[in-house]
Each structure stands twice: as structure tokens, then as C-alpha cells.
Design a protein around this ligand. Sequence first.
Ligand SMILES: [Zn+2]
Length: 57
Amino acid sequence: MTSATARPCPICRRPRIEQFAPFCSQRCRDRDLARWFSDSYAVPGEPATPEDLPDRD
Ligand SMILES: [Zn+2]
């Protein structure tokens, strides 16, 4: 019994698959990546308000 494979997928807690370690699937791997990206690219505050848009009239 190896302890290395005993840890479950950090995303969904299902048993990990060696091919996608430490995740259980490509989907969970992508989800983890997306979470990292959304964290680093997240901009605090609100997006442009209507007043910031150029006046086309
Ligand atoms: Zn998973």
C-alpha cells in the first residue's frame, strides 16, 4: 500500500488517476488551472460604469 496514491483529487475528492495526478481527470486539472487564472486575473472592484463609456451621441 503506497501513501503516494492515497490522496484524493483536490478538486472533487475522487481517487486520483496516475495519468492526471494529482487530479482524477483532465477536467479537474483544467478546473484547477482555471481557478488559478481567475485568481490572478481577478480585478477587485467593478468594471467600467456607464459613465466611463464614450459618449456616442
Ligand atoms: Zn477530480
